[in-house]
Design a protein around this ligand. Sequence first.
Ligand SMILES: Cc1ncc(COP(=O)(O)O)c(C=O)c1O
Length: 395
Amino acid sequence: MPRFLQNPITMVNASGVVLTDSHGKQYIDLESGIRNVLLGYSQTEIVEAIRVQLQNLPYARGAHFGNEAALQLASKLAALSPVKQPRILFHNSGSEAVEASLKIVRQLAFMRRDGRTSVITLKKGYHGQTITALSASGEHYSKEPFEPLTEGFISVDVPTSAAEADQVLSIVQSNLSIGAIMIEPILGNGGIVSIPEEYLLRIRQICNEHDLLLICDEVTTGFGRCGKWFMSESYPPDILIVGKAITNGYLPLSAVIVTEKVWQEFDRCGNFRHGQTNLNHPVCCAAGLATIEILSRMNAPEVCKRKGLELQGGFEGLRQSGKVTELRGTGLMWAIVFDEAIHRKHDSNKWLQLLLLDQGFIVGQIENTVFLSPAVITESSHMQHFVERLQKAFG
Ligand SMILES: Cc1ncc(COP(=O)(O)O)c(C=O)c1O
């Protein structure tokens, strides 16, 4: 934890979008945890749901028994998700859900005896930290120390137009080992880059024509943050992976949502040979249920869309002054690219993030880009205050 050791900050409590450290200093969290605490830190309804579930049924073997919380959450998710007639299995992290999805691809190839175990991914995609999820991800720096990685991934350039789906088509036509295509509809860790919808529609078509599984990793984009419940609504995937905001970050939970068609194939040929201690954990699912109830009640996708436009408007002044050169994002997930010349004046690559932290704002920074993924309850005054600080920091 080099960052913690250099600058030890211990958080002791939180309220709304404000965290307080052990010295009483307060921070406005404009990253909403790691893009998971979409509803902020004071959702007592979720806390109460966790308490009640802990009292009634703190655990049940997920692979052997049903539990009410998991069943109810599955039916809520089924109603919201773009996957047709979905079947759902709950895990504990995005990485595990990615891992399970890739195991589905491999076991299908095993059952069909067709050898189609390879997966096409995007070069700057991010899918998690377990060895196979990491192997599917793009960033060389994070992968290199862990070689040898899992084989069977072919990565293609991040597209800027639908026409680039032809590159995927030619790989599919020439390589008989391809079983699936896995995509994040908006690259989160890859810099908040939206994949053109026309490209994704074309990828859906290629998957249909070549009997491939389309896997959409919506761990970051799901549950309204980007202005829709799920970005994949118009190109329904065969496997949808969700996590992060599903419990508002209060407990670890993720889900693999597959079509009835995929599930039936397992049902016919045998079980999914996969099991973990905490599958379908009732307490995490109870937290998920309460979270989705709140998100639905407030119509989170619409609120995120509206607040995102407000946020974008707040940065227009900085863009007009030339300090900000590019704004990328949608809903409540934004990358603010600022003038390289300003960045070059500083020794540290994280100078702005550290300066803002000192001034009580939590944001992300990579080179000359600041990342913001605020909670839906973030007030306009917090954002105005932040824009003013940013303006001063740019000089
Ligand atoms: C798109 C995407 N997939 C998977 C993951 C991995 O999730 P987790 O960190 O919960 O393992 C992340 C985490 O940031 C993510 O953004």
